[in-house]
Design a protein around this ligand. Structure first.
Ligand code: NA7
Length: 537
């Protein structure tokens, strides 16, 4: 529903334009308009708030991070009293929550939905950005906050002859609002990342036959779906501020303390006891980070985890050939995956696993797909093929900074940014969870960054209204981040974390690896040092 006609925005003059109304954008709007009294307006391509939770409504979609840390804390009353029904909220519940926040703080009257920002150009003379919508409207803003999403620029490879296919092709990340009826149908799923495994486990007992089209298997552990733990609710109700402080003090902000024990310093029995307990409890991030400290860092430690998961695959999957196909050959160092009963799903008679690396998807036929020369008949094909992560949405907007510099050229060899929030040569342009942000869960971190960057706007408003980033500070930040990532197995294992999932995308590091604690410490030092690396006047 992208608008290509005027949105009635021509001539608008704003203090702050916010692009995106997901978790980061909504809070940025609240801060700028409600708390700082600025003339702020937000813009979203979607027909409602929610960002990634607006678009990703595919079967089985839910957070796989504890709901507790999927909550804003700026509204302490909501933080303390919001009653999540499940340990991992379903997409509909997250969307309801974000709508409830937007309604309570009366945000929607300052949002233009169905409005895509196509370009923005900085003028030094005016000290303003000129933004143009896809519909051709042009307006100005002193500051732009891009809250465009880490994982929201969909990637959907095209297979030849799609026009010949009589069935339907659905993209998981742009799922139709009206739920398609898949009951009894022959359904194919391309992709076995976080999205694919949620769809596969949700649909296996609902469709006629499920064809899983797997290119690369991934290590999957149980999620532990269940009601929201009462004990946690009590803790939050009793001391919400303390709970938030604790969550932010952990390295990755996933709602648990990361382990400080090496997998290699304990006995095999102890290691297996720890892995078994984590397997029973569920949660992919906890399996990787709460069990031992060095799984994503040391190949030998990593192997202890993959040996354990492999033993589970072999025990659960009845057909040894299928078990072998499901067993990854690379490190457990992609974004960790979790879904309940994932491996059991492949024991079902109505589920067939295809290895589309060995037998590639060649093209569509009228009745399905030709895979390795054979026709697989399908009524529906679901593409769960991921995202152009981190940089994708920034690069979709033609962004011209000082002296005609194009963002697309500046990021040709990979992104360059300072503190995950700003870019040299692009004054007054601020990002929520931009490149080189901390490698963490997002909502509480978005909130922390929005607080930081809106305080910079506050300071600029007291002066000439200009926020700039030093090129030297930016390149130092990038170097430190790259060095941090180089010491991990994430960098050498193909995934969206390093850009390897998109053909032609430069493989690069895009993260601050010092944990949230390290990030806050660094950012607080930057602030006390008169916003070192930024020039605010
Ligand atoms: P991911 O994790 O990038 O997974 C995408 C999947 O799609 C992955 O299994 C890919 O296989 C597969 N893929 C991509 N292109 C093709 C083609 N051409 N043929 C066959 N298979 C293909 O994306 P998700 O949406 O699952 O998750 C992204 C994040 O969103 C997730 O981590 C959460 O944080 C939210 P490959 O591994 O490249 O061989």
């Amino acid at each position: 529903m992208n608008d290509t006609t005027s949105n009635g925005l021509d001539g608008l003059e704003l203090d702050v334009a916010i692009i995106g109304t997901g978790v980061g954008g909504l809070y940025a709007l609240h801060r700028a308009r409600n708390e700082m009294g600025l003339n702020a307006q937000a813009f979203d391509d979607a027909g409602g708030v929610g960002g990634t939770w607006y678009w990703n409504r595919y079967p089985g979609c839910r957070v796989d991070t504890e709901s507790t840390v999927y909550t804003y804390s700026f509204d302490m009353d909501m933080f303390q009293n919001w009653e999540w029904s499940e340990r991992y909220a379903k997409q509909s519940e997250v969307l309801n929550y974000l709508n409830a926040v937007a309604d309570k703080h009366d945000l929607k009257r300052s949002i233009n939905f169905n409005t895509r920002i196509a370009s923005m150009v900085w003028s030094d003379d005016e000290g303003r950005w000129t933004l143009t919508t896809k519909g051709g409207d042009t307006f100005k803003a002193k500051y732009v906050i891009e809250a465009v999403g880490l994982l929201s620029s969909s990637y959907a490879p095209q297979f030849p002859d799609q026009d010949k296919f009589k069935g339907e092709v659905l993209l998981a990340s742009k799922w139709p609002e009206e739920e398609p009826d898949l009951a009894g149908k022959r359904v194919g799923v391309v992709g076995t990342g976080s999205t694919g495994i949620q769809i596969i486990t949700a649909l296996a007992d609902k469709v006629g036959h499920l064809h899983v089209l797997q290119r690369t298997p991934q290590w999957v552990v149980p999620l532990g779906i269940g009601p929201f733990p009462l004990e946690t609710r009590e803790k939050i109700k009793k001391d919400p501020v303390g709970f938030r402080e604790w969550a932010l003090s952990t390295a990755a902000v996933f709602g648990f303390d990361e382990s400080t024990v090496s997998a290699l310093e304990v006995s095999e029995d102890e290691r297996n006891r720890v892995y078994e307990a984590a397997w029973q409890k569920g949660n992919g991030f906890a399996f990787m980070l709460e069990t031992f400290s060095d799984i994503p860092v040391t190949p030998e430690a990593n192997k202890t985890a993959t040996d354990f998961i492999k033993s589970k695959i072999d025990a659960i999957v009845k057909d040894p050939k299928v078990a072998a196909m499901l067993t990854p050959k690379d490190y457990y160092a992609k974004r960790p995956l979790a879904a309940d009963n994932y491996y059991d799903t492949f024991n079902r008679d109505n589920v067939t696993l295809h290895d589309v690396k060995a037998n590639p998807i060649e093209r569509f036929s009228e009745n399905g797909l030709i895979i390795g020369g054979e026709e697989v008949e399908l009524d529906v094909l679901i593409m769960a093929t991921g995202f152009d992560a981190m940089t994708g949405n920034y690069l979709k907007i033609e962004t011209i900074g000082r002296d005609g510099v194009r963002l697309q050229d500046e990021w040709n060899d990979g992104p360059h940014a300072y503190a995950g929030m700003s870019i040299a040569k692009f004054p007054n342009l601020l990002m929520v969870f931009g490149p080189f942000s901390p490698f963490t869960s997002q909502p509480l971190v978005h909130e922390w960054q929005v607080q930081f960057l809106t305080e910079m706007i506050e300071k600029a408003q007291e002066g000439n209204g200009l926020i700039e980033t030093s090129l030297d500070a930016q390149e130092d930040w990038v170097r430190v981040c790259q060095e941090g990532m180089a010491g991990t197995l994430f960098q050498v294992t193909d995934s969206w974390i390093n850009g390897a999932n998109i053909p032609g995308k430069p493989r690069t590091s895009m993260w601050f690896m010092g944990g949230m604690g390290g990030y806050m410490q660094e950012m607080n030092a930057i602030k006390s040092d008169d916003y070192r690396g930024f020039e605010i006047n």
